[in-house]
Design a protein around this ligand. Structure first.
Ligand SMILES: N[C@@H](CCC(=O)N[C@@H](CS)C(=O)NCC(=O)O)C(=O)O
Length: 214
């Protein structure tokens, strides 16, 4: 790992994409600072943050004099700077299946139920909760299919991978939107196994400095 490393993660406690990065930072035990960006008060839309990420989104990782947006790009970088423990499966086919899970979540489910989008759905007269529940259900059905092929204790066999970092936050959002998880027994079982791990618990929303206690 780079010796002059001084990383800052810009994150929001309930951001599922920030949570993905927090999980990988935790699995790899990479020291970093935490800088909270309050998405509900619109801090991501302030000039200072737009300068970092014009898409007005977290996560954003600053280190080595540069900033990186996009959770999967950040995770790739973390894997490169600290390859052990690896969050990539060891064979090409399992790596492909892992990316399949990641992309279903990263490119289909999450963008369609992101804060900006569901607020827009509501502004256009739609029901944001129903919308989010529908896209999450569709996506998790596809994830369940892949898990039937490759899951072990975790998403891909018994190794913690990037798919696990994507799944846990997405299931949390599924619960927030009252999605019925009964049709997805492997998603449910794997998530429970992951939530029992200290490295996953450390990254959980309620354990972040900006968590709002109920
Ligand atoms: N593809 C991006 C998505 C990032 C994203 O959607 N971030 C959400 C939180 S999970 C956000 O900052 N939303 C702010 C908003 O919609 O105003 C990634 O993987 O990092």
């Amino acid at each position: 790992m780079s010796s002059n490393m001084d990383y800052t993660l810009f994150s929001y406690w309930r951001s599922s994409c920030s949570w993905r990065v927090r999980i990988v930072l935790s699995i790899k035990n990479i020291p970093h600072h935490y800088h909270a960006i309050n998405l509900l008060s619109g801090e991501q839309k302030g000039d200072e943050f737009i300068e970092k990420n014009p898409l007005k989104q977290v996560p954003y990782l600053h280190g080595e004099g540069v900033g990186i947006s996009q959770s999967l790009a950040i995770i790739h970088y973390l894997e490169d700077i600290q390859p052990t423990p690896s969050v990539l499966p060891s064979t090409p086919i399992l790596r492909a299946k892992m990316w399949e899970i990641c992309e279903i979540i990263n490119s289909w489910i999450q963008p369609l139920q992101n804060l900006t989008i569901i607020n827009r759905i509501e502004a256009l007269g739609g029901n944001k909760t129903e919308w989010a529940a529908e896209v999450i259900t569709d996506g998790l059905r596809a994830v369940e299919r892949v898990l039937e092929q490759v899951a072990g204790t975790y998403c891909v066999g018994d190794q913690l991978t990037i798919a696990d970092a994507c799944l846990v936050p997405q299931v949390y959002n599924a619960r927030r939107f009252n999605v019925d998880l009964t049709p997805f027994p492997i998603v449910s079982r794997v998530t429970e196994a992951l939530l029992a791990l200290p490295e996953i618990q450390r990254a959980a929303p309620e354990n972040q400095p900006d968590a709002v206690k109920a």
